[in-house]
Design a protein around this ligand. Structure first.
Ligand SMILES: *Cc1c(COP(=O)(O)O)cnc(C)c1O
Length: 480
């Protein structure tokens, strides 16, 4: 009877007086808990009135209604008390996973962030002169050395870098781009749209699969300000294709008396060929080829913090610095700290060992095979037949819109279970205290240890053990 149930709903004041509500009021604040209780009681009132929730019939007395209110209050406050941004274990094998925060930082970069963030710094202070300095001076020298450019400047991300370069060099004029390079990167970065926002007019040339140097040449007129070449980061055109090299674009632009700009996307600072990533352009290669300015991300293949890097001629970098938009797109001291520390690892030749994304790429199939087989024995040890782990060959992905179509051979750990569906194992791992993100493929849960730190293996083993215990318990209670 809805009307009788409605009478059992407590007043806000009495709901606030329970031990749980009192404790949560102390941890959060009383007003917030009062608001939540008001919403929960109102929601129950509606559900009882509509009698659409079959569970409602279970609230036969005021005690069960009280329990339900507490249960809902706990669910709501748990979300409020835990941070929204949390660490996860990336067991997908996608090395630069945009949804999972792209590049994890090197320990040296973390130490630098912590050191700079915990106190004051010379962010905009010239220690030699004892006067105001420029934040853009940080990291500029080391970037220029690593890229072989005259100058460099750091922005919030590569999208900002592209916008700034286009706006600075081509506002009110035309920019020539190949139709094969009018790309969209995940998260709504589209070359034609960024071009429009920069105030430049897009001048498309060639076709999707073939663009020749002559196409660019024909399009040059007195409104042309720039030739843009874009790394088709997340797709590959195969078959009957043609695309001028960076050197050809650079020399055409030079002879026309205009600058050339290459959006490299990922921005490799070293040749990744030895790790199975072939054909990924290195930034210094573009600069050497004569490109006037190149931009790339700090948190893709470079393996640093979110940032955009503009490397190029002194004249171009100086005009970018003076652009009023620069102020809106500049970076924080923590970014400089992390970026500079990451770049030092490259300068010392320690990137393969010290930069996590490069290290993940560099780990061999053989090393991963050994890790996977040890990991399988440990899983099978704790899972007591409830979940079974077996190693199999597979591929890791670079991801993050880098090196499209490049898979690196790896050894995967496949989890199967007779008691639980693969989807249920996947979602239970995802619901772990430190969430574990896996691949779900053909009714199996796949774990690629390439993106799992050695000390994170323990987290996965413990989660599997807990899932096993939970499943065993519910099976036992079904058999009772
Ligand atoms: C990823 C990418 C961008 C955007 O870089 P963010 O650092 O994500 O802003 C721009 N251009 C290309 C070619 C890219 O690959």
């Amino acid at each position: 009877m809805p009307s009788e149930l409605l009478r059992l709903l407590p007043s806000i004041e009495s709901a606030l007086s329970t031990t749980l509500a009192q404790r949560l009021s102390a941890e959060l604040n009383r007003e917030l808990v009062r608001d939540l209780l008001r919403e929960i009681i109102e929601q129950l009132r509606e559900q009882i009135t509509a009698a659409r929730d079959s569970a409602i019939s279970a609230f036969a007395d005021s005690e069960s209604i009280g329990n339900e209110i507490e249960r809902r209050l706990l669910v709501r406050t748990k979300a409020l008390l835990s941070p929204s941004l949390c660490r996860v274990v990336n067991a997908t094998g996608v090395i630069i996973h945009t949804n999972l925060g792209r590049a994890p930082l090197a320990p040296a970069a973390i130490a630098a962030v912590s050191n700079i963030a915990s106190g004051y710094s010379n962010l905009e202070y010239d220690l030699g002169q004892g006067e105001r300095g420029h934040r853009e001076s940080h990291a500029a020298g080391i970037i220029a050395r690593l890229c072989g450019s005259e100058a460099a400047i750091v922005t919030n991300n590569n999208a900002a870098a592209v916008l700034l370069v286009l706006n600075t060099l081509a506002e009110g004029g035309e920019v020539i781009v190949s139709r094969g390079e009018l790309i969209e990167i995940g998260g709504s970065f589209r070359i034609p749209e960024i071009m429009e926002k920069s105030g430049a007019t897009l001048r498309e040339v060639g076709t999707t699969n073939r663009t020749r140097l002559a196409d660019y040449e024909r399009a040059i007129n007195d409104k042309t300000r720039l030739i843009l070449r874009v790394h088709p980061s997340n797709y590959k055109i195969v078959g009957f294709t043609e695309r001028p090299t960076a050197r050809e674009i650079a020399s055409l632009a030079q002879s026309a008396g205009i600058p050339s700009f290459e959006d490299l996307g990922s921005g490799c600072l070293i040749d990744l060929g030895p790790y199975g990533v072939k054909d990924e352009p290195v930034v210094s290669g573009s600069i050497k080829a004569g490109v006037s300015v190149a931009t790339f991300s700090g948190d893709k293949m470079l393996g640093g913090p979110q940032a955009g890097i503009i490397a190029g001629s002194r004249m171009i970098v100086d005009s970018v610095r003076k652009n009023p938009l620069m102020r809106a797109l500049r970076v924080d001291k923590m970014t400089y700290a992390a970026l500079e520390a990451t770049l030092r690892l490259y300068e010392r030749g320690e990137a393969a060992a010290g930069v996590p994304v490069i290290r993940a790429m560099a780990e061999t199939r053989q090393e991963l095979g050994q890790r996977a087989s040890r990991f399988c024995s440990r899983v099978n040890g704790v899972a007591r037949g409830m979940i079974e782990a077996a190693a199999e060959d597979g591929e890791s992905l670079i991801g993050g819109g880098s090196a499209p179509g490049v898979g690196i051979p790896t050894v995967l750990v496949a989890l199967t279970s007779k008691a639980l569906s693969a989807a249920s194992v996947e979602s239970r791992l995802r619901a772990n205290g430190i969430p574990i993100i896996t691949r779900l493929e053909r009714d199996r849960v796949l774990i690629d240890l390439r993106t799992v730190r050695r000390d994170e293996e323990e987290t996965i083993i413990n989660a599997v053990a807990e899932i096993t215990r939970g499943a065993a318990k519910s099976m036992a209670s079904m058999n009772e």
